[in-house]
Design a protein around this ligand. Structure first.
Ligand code: ADP
Ligand code: MG
Ligand code: ZN
Length: 555
């Protein structure tokens, strides 16, 4: 039975107030809702509670939750009730009235989640009551408590297997303890040794190669990446619906089997793509983030991001669709200053309350930090999820360690150019000032007389662009959505400006941008020059009208 994704997502938002599943949650929710026996191992803080609370709402009748600590149970019951869910607990900490109220709801068939202390299982009364209460699922939190050799052993957990046999309903067990011995014991005692559907979700996915690349002719970058992996199944995540269609077309023109997928398509068309992707070998789907929930193809060999995702969680989730079979998988995430501007603007223009917006900027910063990482990317990614790791040997920065240089002086010049012009301009104008380029705008504003005018002639325009992008990546400057993306300095930049801190940046990115391929203009013959100019003008006009960066129109 396929899950009704719309309603699981609706519950996720409406009841729990989350925008998206955490890594791993979606699949576990699926399996538990379908009524499979499940053993889910996820790190602490990974969001295990949701993986039984949400299915409990999707399944008929009541879900019994066995949990080892009264405090944990009370917290969860309180949270659920506040969200309008009929939940109750039977523990030794209850008053008589509380217990009576829970019984009443249970008998009336109104209760959706019944938290039960394991000690309760010892009473024949409880077992009888449960067998008449319409229980449809047993969830076991902190399931490692069933392991006799673990430090958390709870003898009453040994009765859970018996309860499962008596009620003959599916059981879902959750723990953060991942060692092999404990796992074998949990399967033996909770599932009578019949292996359940098992989810082992540490955050590391060592088979996935991680790589980021600044946008530099992004369409060609995607086509090149796909061409090097011809015949493999892959996903290209795009920032807009229009781009999914454009890139799908470009890939087909390049003799790939490719299609697009986004939330604006008819449900039937979307399902057709999902089915094709599941059954066909070597299909490429160009998609927005709408593509993913229903996708559990194990042999997706690569995931590319044509645009920067909106947060580090989103990034992790999207690349995590690759290589589920454990085989080698590759990823490439493109990003550029337009992405940063767009993502910041989306957060600022959203309806979220201020503290939420603050958090969203933080998650975007985490992703930008990863994009501009100076060392192993996996280390940085896992650190975000609270795990420590050695350099992985399977990311672009482990493959070729970046060369760093002391960028303090250049960064200070850039910051002072911004400050001296009232933090009212974007990178393009600031670069003109730094390089001493007398554009009309520079002249009209009187910026040719600034002390910073021409102090940055030593770097090319491309190098300055790379430097500004890295500065945004390190959150030293932010585009201000309310002033058309004008760059403003952040608190983080102050110590650098004051000379109290130095900063190293990556030289490879800087030289790479500087070594751009020759301008297309130089390749156009005289005969075609007028056509080329007309096309460029058309692109500029279309971009202006659509309020998109020109590269999104065509390259
Ligand atoms: P665990 O049991 O794995 O330790 P919890 O279920 O207690 O994790 O969840 C940890 C935290 O993550 C909680 O604060 C919870 O509200 C939050 N959380 C869970 N799922 C999500 C989600 N999909 N999006 C955002 N936050 C979530
Ligand atoms: Mg927990
Ligand atoms: Zn690495």
């Amino acid at each position: 039975m396929p899950r009704d994704t719309a309603s699981a997502e609706a519950l996720l938002k409406d009841i729990f107030g989350y925008d998206a599943f955490r890594p791993g949650q979606g699949e576990i929710v699926d399996a538990v809702t379908r009524g499979e026996n499940v053993l889910a191992i996820m790190p602490t803080g990974g969001g295990k509670s949701l993986c039984f609370q949400l299915p409990a709402l999707m399944r008929p009748g009541v879900t019994v939750v066995i949990s080892p600590l009264i405090a944990l149970m009370r917290d969860q019951v309180r949270g659920l009730r506040e969200a309008g869910v009929a939940a109750g607990a039977l523990t030794s900490g209850n008053t008589q009235e509380e217990t009576d109220a829970v019984w009443d709801m249970l008998h009336a068939g109104e209760l959706k989640l019944l938290y039960l202390a394991p000690e309760r299982l010892a009473s024949g009364g409880t077992q009888r009551m449960l067998s008449q209460a319409g229980v449809s699922l047993i969830a076991v939190d902190e399931a490692h408590c069933v392991s006799q050799w673990g430090h958390d052993f709870r003898p009453d957990y040994l009765r859970i297997g018996e309860l499962r046999r008596a009620l003959d309903v599916p059981l879902a067990a959750f723990t953060a303890t991942a060692d092999e011995e404990t796992r074998v014991e949990m399967v033996g005692r909770l599932f009578d040794g019949v292996p359940p559907t098992t989810f082992l979700r540490g955050f590391d996915r060592p088979n996935i190669h991680l790589a980021f690349s600044p946008k530099d002719g992004p369409r060609q970058q995607i086509l090149g990446f796909a061409a090097a992996r011809r015949g493999q199944s892959g996903i290209v995540y795009c920032g807009t619906r229009a781009k999914t269609e454009a890139l799908g077309r470009a890939l087909r023109e390049d003799r790939h089997s490719a299609c697009h997928y986004h939330g604006g398509m008819e449900a039937g068309d979307r399902r057709a793509v999902e089915e094709r992707f599941a059954t066909e070998d070597g299909l490429i789907v160009c998609a927005t983030v709408a593509f993913g929930m229903g996708v559990d193809k194990p042999d997706i060999r690569w995931v590319a991001h044509a645009d920067l995702p909106k947060s580090i969680e989103g990034y992790y989730q999207e690349i995590g669709r690759a290589g589920r079979d454990g085989g080698p998988a590759e990823t490439m995430t493109l990003y550029g200053p337009e992405d940063i501007r767009l993502r910041r603007a989306q957060i600022d223009e959203g309806m979220a309350p201020p503290e939420r917006r603050q958090a969203d900027h933080g998650r975007l910063n985490a992703l930008l930090g990863l994009a501009e990482a100076l060392g192993c990317r996996r280390q940085a990614l896992l650190a975000y999820f609270g795990e420590t790791a050695e350099p992985c040997g399977n990311c672009d920065l482990c493959d070729v360690p970046p060369e760093l240089f002391d960028a303090t002086e250049a960064v200070r010049k850039a910051l002072s150019a911004a400050l001296r012009t009232g933090e009212s301009f974007g990178a393009g104008h600031l670069i003109d000032i730094l390089r001493g380029t007398e554009t009309d705008k520079v002249r009209d504003r009187g910026h040719a007389t600034l002390p910073t005018f021409g102090v940055g002639k030593d770097l090319s325009k491309g190098q300055w662009q790379a430097l500004f992008r890295q500065m945004m990546g390190h959150d030293l400057m932010r585009p201000d959505a309310e002033r058309h993306g004008a760059l403003v300095m952040t608190e983080r930049a102050r110590p650098i400006l004051r000379g109290e801190e130095t900063i190293s940046l990556r030289r490879d990115i800087i030289t790479k941008a500087a070594e751009r391929r020759p301008a297309v203009k130089a390749l156009v013959s005289e005969e075609h020059a007028p056509m080329f100019s007309a096309l460029k003008a058309l692109r500029t006009a279309l971009a202006k009208e659509a309020q998109l960066p020109p590269y999104m129109i065509f390259n």
